[in-house]
Design a protein around this ligand. Structure first.
Ligand code: ARG
Ligand code: ZN
Length: 884
């Protein structure tokens, strides 16, 4: 146990579960028949299981079950079975037959009281489920573990007028009317699955329908269900689904395996979405969109998540995880797949830049703090706490590295072998590794530590040119830093993609070890140090290192400012063109932050930025890329790069504001001209229009830093006349840090127009919460009491409370008021929804990063939370690990 024992804080001492303790189940379940009798006051669930004892069975079977589940009765082969013991985590059945038997269990649950939004619960009056990771045990007693795979038949009975739509996994095999205004449906899922993929929906829902013809000519019916008034907002999700189905056939030869595919949108959902077999359930923010109510970013997120959940049908459902430590097996792989899909549908370079930014801001920070864990964690208290940027996004980087090392074709061979070997099985990341290695006859043994070691490797790259020998030598070193519980680390194979850019700005043809290796070569760097010498290098090149961010590492190079400016203009690799500019900006900002408060701009950076903006006038300009390149590193990214015990968010905010303001002042004419040139007469959703929109709005964002009443007036004007949500939100955002009447007017008018649409209201809450206007905490507290907020709805909490935690000025107010407020909210949330509370409390995990007065104030709040009676296991785990 690495966590401290809580003093009477939780009912039981939370138990840590270890990967090394894995044991296969004592019984397999050949078949499961469920029957739900849905009522307003209590739902009855009957489960009939065909159980098969494993060899060496002791006649005992442990079934998980939450304390909230009422057990009505157990029978074995039709007779009442009373030899069982009930504990806080479930039921141990004793004296069971040594041959296959039929087990029947009846339970009663209270979905109408369920605020945790796990298991069966109600959202907007409709019934729905969320079973991953361990929610099925809130429905009935079961071997709630992913290696227990079975076929499911589900009968649902409910009031017909209230719940005309009754859905579960698989095919509809029966339905009919019942007495008392009730009706039923029966669903049969022919594919074996673990119970975390079970789903049920009962509600009064509208539906849109489309069709997809698969590569082998089968027709699949596609349906999206939502509350009736939202039915006109589902078209984009449907288009995204069809594109995903086609892409998976073309890219991986994977064809959908049932005649029906359903998506249901619900308003109350802890996470983004869930891949239940043939019945995906989504947070409505990832389904519903019209140009008037959703931004371009929302459209992109919907496309990506619809694809993600669809792709899980193979990577997650057909082949699932043996245990939850293997979560990255399905999540890392499926994130990689959705990232590739989005890259193919949109601009590849811009997509990669966005993904890497997120990784660097959120995942690198996690990997350097008290919650650092390998993509295959070694232990957990509450699995929900391990649905992390590390398991997902770093996990996706690990999968991407196989592709970088083995090539596109080699990667496809590995995927084919993986499905050939493991279809219908619950497997481990070792099995995936073996399929990739075996299919390619490759020795990847030094790659393995990516699964077991936490922490971001630090790589240095020093290049030197020898004019006489005509060689270019690149020396690499790597160190993997210590993380909690892992004091010693070994080097890990990092694919480092390198090119040499000649004085003419073109990539050189490379020769390494006497072999010609093209213009970009992938070095398999798996030692603490290594040197690579390129020969026949006729002129002094500028090296472009870690192209496309080929490994998730922190890279330091000996490139000069001139080299970086040169790469910004010439690198053929879009990622490194962007990265060169970011490196210049980061260096400047970190110098300002660490300096004596005498801010001075670097003229070379202003010149470089002017050149970037000027690029928008070129005939084939990639405007989405330019908008991205104009972005100054975020406060989060900068904070991650500073030393422990030094971060002062006020200083970071000041330095960033200085840079933005200086650039806006010096480049005002360029920004205004670019803004005007890219302002469309009318909204359109073509890629080129979206790119122009993002460029225009980036310019407005810069201009908003100017203290000029004309800018505020212009921004308000654009807000008021915008014909789409992207422009409206961009304008509102540009006003949200400005002390002016236009801000007050715009927020009030926005509320008037949109207060009936909860998803749009989340944006309104979020923008106000993030504001860095002094003393904005009072506004946030008022919003919490207002009609647009509801603490039981996760989206609203993420917008308002999560948004507030992103405010450098107010969350981090020097008097500690922001921290105290967050702790108050966490304590309140903890009784309602442990998962949401634990996500919110995570804003405190990196308290040691901050300067002494803030870090002690944060620590005091963590201790206050830890002392709460009956603290959820979710929050207990984060708080106690943070305080270690
Ligand atoms: N498997 C889902 C997805 O990534 C996430 C479900 C997470 N649920 C949870 N309670 N942690 O698509
Ligand atoms: Zn997923």
């Amino acid at each position: 146990m690495t966590t401290q024992t809580p003093q009477e804080t939780t009912k039981d001492v939370p138990k840590e579960i270890f990967l090394r303790d894995y044991k296969p189940p004592s019984h397999s379940f050949a078949k499961v028949e469920l029957a739900f009798d849905l009522r307003e006051q209590g739902t009855t669930v009957r489960s009939i299981i065909s159980a098969v004892p494993a060899s060496g069975s002791t006649g005992e079977l442990f079934l998980h079950g939450d304390e909230s589940v009422k057990l009505d009765g157990v029978t074995v082969n039709g007779s009442a079975h009373e030899r069982y013991e009930r504990g806080s985590k479930g039921l141990t059945l004793k004296d069971l037959p040594n041959e296959p038997f039929e087990l029947s269990i009846t339970t009663t649950i209270e979905p109408q009281e369920n605020t945790a939004l796990e298991g069966l619960y109600k959202s907007s009056g409709n019934f729905c489920t969320q079973c991953e990771a361990e929610g099925f045990r809130r429905i009935t007693f079961y071997q709630d573990r992913p290696d227990c795979m079975s076929t499911f038949t589900t009968r649902i009975e409910a009031d017909k007028a209230k719940y005309p739509v009754l859905l579960s996994n698989g095919n509809l095999i029966d339905s009919g009317e019942l007495e008392g205004g009730r009706h039923f449906t029966v669903w049969e899922d022919p594919w074996v699955k673990p119970c975390y993929l079970f789903a049920l929906v009962a509600g009064n829902l509208g539906m849109i329908e489309d069709k997809f013809k698969t590569m082998s000519g089968k027709d699949v019916t596609l349906r999206i269900f939502t509350e009736k008034h939202n039915i006109d907002k589902c078209a984009h999700a449907m288009t995204s689904l069809i594109k995903s189905m086609k892409w998976d056939e073309e890219t991986f030869g994977l064809e959908y395996d049932l005649d029906l595919f359903n998506i249901v949108a619900v308003d109350d959902f802890n996470m983004g979405a869930m891949e239940n077999k043939s019945l995906n359930i989504f947070n409505s923010r990832l389904v519903l969109a019209t140009p008037q109510s959703a931004t371009d970013a929302d459209y992109a997120a919907i496309e990506g998540v619809v694809a993600h959940e669809y792709f899980h049908n193979y990577t997650g459902n057909r082949v699932t995880c043996r245990d939850w430590f293997q979560l990255s097996l399905k999540e890392g792989l499926t994130v990689y797949r959705d990232q590739e899909f989005s890259a193919d549908m949109n601009s590849r370079g811009v997509k990669r830049i966005g993904d890497v930014s997120r990784l660097r801001t959120a995942q690198f920070a996690q990997d350097a703090g008290p919650m650092a864990h390998p993509i295959r964690p070694e232990s957990y208290i509450k699995m929900d706490n391990f649905y992390t940027v590390t398991v997902y996004e770093k996990g996706a980087e690990v999968v991407r590295m196989y592709e970088t090392l083995l090539g596109k074709d080699g990667f496809r061979k590995g995927m084919d072998l993986y499905f050939q070997r493991h279809d219908g099985q619950a497997v481990t990341t070792e099995d995936f590794f073996a399929a990739m290695s075996d299919a390619n006859g490759a020795d990847l043994s030094t790659f393995k530590p990516w699964y077991s070691q936490a922490g971001t490797p630090r790589v240095t790259a020093n290049g030197s040119y020898d004019a006489d020998a005509k060689t270019f030598t690149l020396s690499l070193t790597q160190v993997v830093p210590k993380t909690p519980g892992q004091d010693t680390k070994i080097p890990v194979m990092c694919p480092v993609a390198v090119g040499l850019v000649g004085p003419d700005g073109k990539d050189m043809e490379l020769t390494l070890d006497g072999k010609s290796v093209g213009t970009t070569t992938v070095l398999r760097f798996d030692k603490a140090e290594a040197t690579y010498t390129f020969t026949g290098v006729e002129a002094k090149p500028v090296p472009s290192i870690l192209r496309n961010f080929s490994a998730p590492v922190r890279l330091t190079t000996n490139l000069t400012q001139d080299d970086l400016v040169f790469l910004m203009a010439n690198d053929s690799d879009a990622f490194n063109r962007w990265e060169a500019g970011q490196t210049l900006l980061r260096t400047l900002l970190l110098d300002l932050i660490k300096g004596d408060g005498q801010y001075k701009m670097d003229a070379a950076i202003t010149t470089a930025m002017r050149a970037i903006i000027a690029g928008a006038k070129e005939p084939n300009a990639d405007k989405a890329f330019i908008a991205r390149a104009m972005m100054v590193p975020s406060a989060g990214e900068l904070s991650d790069m500073l030393d422990e015990g030094t971060v002062d968010p006020a200083k970071i905010h000041e330095a960033r504001t200085f840079v933005m303001k200086t650039l806006a002042t010096e480049l005002r004419a360029d920004l205004e001209a670019t803004m005007k040139a890219n302002s469309a007469e009318k909204y359109s959703n073509e890629p080129a229009d979206r790119a122009a929109r993002s460029l225009k709005n980036t310019c407005i964002g810069y201009l908003s830093y100017l203290d000029d009443a004309a800018i505020a007036a212009m921004t308000y004007e654009r807000f008021a006349s915008a014909d789409n949500m992207t422009d409206k939100i961009a304008a509102l955002n540009s006003l949200s840090d400005k002390e002016c009447d236009e801000r007050i007017k715009a927020f009030a008018e926005f509320y008037e127009e949109w207060n009936k649409d909860p998803l749009v209201m989340n944006k309104w809450l979020g923008l106000q919460a993030m504001s860095n206007l002094p003393n904005n905490i009072a506004n946030v507290k008022a919003l919490m009491e207002g009609p647009a907020f509801d603490i039981k709805n996760p989206n609203k909490v993420y917008s308002l409370i999560g948004g507030f935690c992103a405010s450098s000025v107010n969350f981090h107010a020097a008097d500690g008021s922001g921290y105290e407020f967050l702790a108050d909210v966490v304590i309140k949330l903890d009784d309602l929804n442990g998962q949401v509370a634990s996500r919110m409390v995570s804003a405190f995990t990196r308290w040691k990063k901050y300067e002494p007065s803030r870090s002690s104030a944060m620590r005091a709040q963590l201790e206050r939370i830890r002392a709460k009676k009956g603290l959820s296991e979710n929050v207990f785990e984060i708080v106690s690990k943070s305080l270690e």
